[in-house]
Design a protein around this ligand. Structure first.
Ligand SMILES: C[S@@+](CC[C@H](N)C(=O)[O-])C[C@H]1O[C@@H](n2cnc3c(N)ncnc32)[C@H](O)[C@@H]1O
Length: 468
């Protein structure tokens, strides 16, 4: 089989697995490529074709509807997926049109049948008649008539997600368009050097590039993170910069009195717990209880305000046993338990700092999972918001008066962010932005909202609450 066809077949099989078996594309693809011995440029092509098609299929289906005598939902799914794959090659890659059409038609003939391949041929030839910029005004409603529909079709997102983003961005259509476009880009791979276990300098020396915000981050320009010794040894890991910073922000808030007991209520799979455990154990350079950050070994005056002296201990909990087990791999000193955060096994008021990284719709991380936007269900939002409220209430109960709770979601949906925090009694809401001085444009406060189109991070939300 020619190389390019191997890549196309892998992309097609991935799409079928996503449709038929609810596979997670980003988990299955690397395995499939490895099993088939596809590497290098072919692997990159297969991944680009599959992920690009999964992201863009909202737009492609509108175009397919115009080019076919059937609505996409009336087309046999194996044929529809192949046509989507062909449409992606025609409209968003440099693959020559004749090659995109003939390879897709061959694929349908071999994998589905001769009749469907004729149908695919007819539809793809019509699609090939125009460029994407010519198609969009034909298939997307005018922004003036239907702003949400316009953005949804142009940037290939479900309407309800566009509505949620528009609301979270205060109705700003331009910003929403930028955010939706950023969701269609591949995210950077970011590494975290866990304090006391690895340093950023070590990651830079091993081929990382300097990061923009987090004092513990380095970017990975290309290649396999596992090739970094620090990653292979669990001293460093892959972690989005916003995810690093919300954990660091919790450790930076000054608390009076004891500061030795920390809790991560929803810790699995352990990204934030890995960082919290390291700071709790080893402290964070730059900390100055009363004076010059430079006094502390490794501290650079003025560079990283805040920090922590260490000497604390983390308890990490997760409802699911297998996720709690993953936390054991990211932490060294922490106690890890399987526990329901809404029915805690600990006494009230015993912790000095609590992280609640609540289960959420994940609308802030759509860049990472190409098919996720089509899988999420708007009906899950009220259910998740109710769970988030219960978890936040438990976290506030678990922290002592004067202690701090970080409420975090990887979603900017207002029902999962501001609305959850607004209902919480017995707390002072701190200005979270004050604990992230290295990052600008985090919103009007008192919360901090990261954005892919502004910061290049996931759309992570942070509220910092001090128990009264
Ligand atoms: C957004 S994830 C946490 C991500 C994690 N903090 C990290 O940085 O890797 C939410 C986690 O909450 C857990 N969870 C869901 N319901 C829970 C509950 N009632 N109590 C404790 N954990 C729960 C899920 O199993 C999931 O692992």
């Amino acid at each position: 089989m020619p190389h390019r066809d191997e890549a196309r077949n892998a992309a097609y099989d991935l799409m079928r697995a996503v449709d038929e078996r609810d596979a997670y594309a980003n988990l299955l693809m690397p395995r499939m490529l490895r099993d088939r011995g596809i590497g290098g440029r072919d692997a990159a092509l297969a991944t680009e074709l599959a992920y690009g098609t999964l992201r863009g299929l909202g737009t492609y289906d509108e175009i397919i509807a115009v080019c076919s005598d059937r609505e996409p939902y009336d087309i046999d799914p194996p044929v529809l997926d192949a046509i989507r794959l062909g449409a992606h090659q025609l409209l968003r890659t440099r693959v020559p049109a004749h090659a995109a059409v003939s390879a897709t038609v061959d694929l349908v003939r071999l994998r589905v049948g001769v009749g469907p391949s004729r149908f695919a041929n007819a539809v793809l030839r019509k699609i090939a008649g125009r460029e994407i910029d010519e198609w969009l005004p034909i298939v997307a409603p005018e922004a003036a008539d239907d702003l949400v529909g316009h953005l949804a079709v142009t940037h290939s997102h479900p309407r309800w997600i566009v509505e949620a983003f528009l609301a979270a961005l205060g109705g700003d259509a331009d910003q929403t368009a930028e955010l939706l476009a950023a969701d269609n880009d591949r995210p950077k791979v970011v590494l975290v050097a866990r304090p006391g276990r690895a340093t950023v300098d070590e990651l830079l020396a091993a081929g990382g590039a300097p990061a923009r915000y987090s004092p513990q981050a380095a970017y990975l320009p290309e290649g396999d993170p596992g090739s970094f010794a620090a990653v292979a040894e669990g001293r460093a890991a892959v972690q989005d910069e916003a995810s690093q910073l919300v954990a660091l922000a919790l450790t930076r808030v000054p608390v009076d009195g004891a500061d030795t007991r920390w809790l991560d209520l929803c810790a699995g799979p352990g990204g934030k717990a890995g960082l919290l455990d390291a700071v709790a154990t080893h402290g964070m350079p730059g900390f100055a209880p009363d004076g010059d950050p430079g006094e502390r070994p490794g501290g650079r005056p003025g560079e990283h305000p805040g920090g922590h002296p260490g000497g604390a201990h983390l308890l990490a909990a997760d409802l699911q046993y297998h996720r709690a087990r993953l936390v054991r791999q990211t932490t060294r000193e922490a106690a890890v338990v399987t526990a329901d955060g809404t029915a805690p096994a600990w006494r009230s008021g015993v912790f000095d700092r609590v992280m609640v990284d609540a289960p959420c719709t994940g609308l802030g991380a759509l860049r990472r999972r190409p098919e996720a936007r089509w899988r999420r269900d708007p009906r899950s939002v009220p259910e998740l918001a109710a769970l988030q409220r219960r978890l936040l209430a438990t976290a506030v109960d678990a922290v002592r008066p004067g202690g701090v709770v970080a409420y975090v979601t990887c979603s900017p949906h207002l029902a999962e962010t501001r609305d959850v925090v607004a209902g919480q009694d017995g707390v002072e809401v701190l200005d979270a932005r004050a604990y992230l001085p290295e990052v600008g444009d985090l919103g009007e406060g008192p919360y901090a909202q990261f954005w892919p189109h502004v910061h290049g991070t996931d759309a992570m939300f942070l509220a910092l609450l001090r128990r009264l």
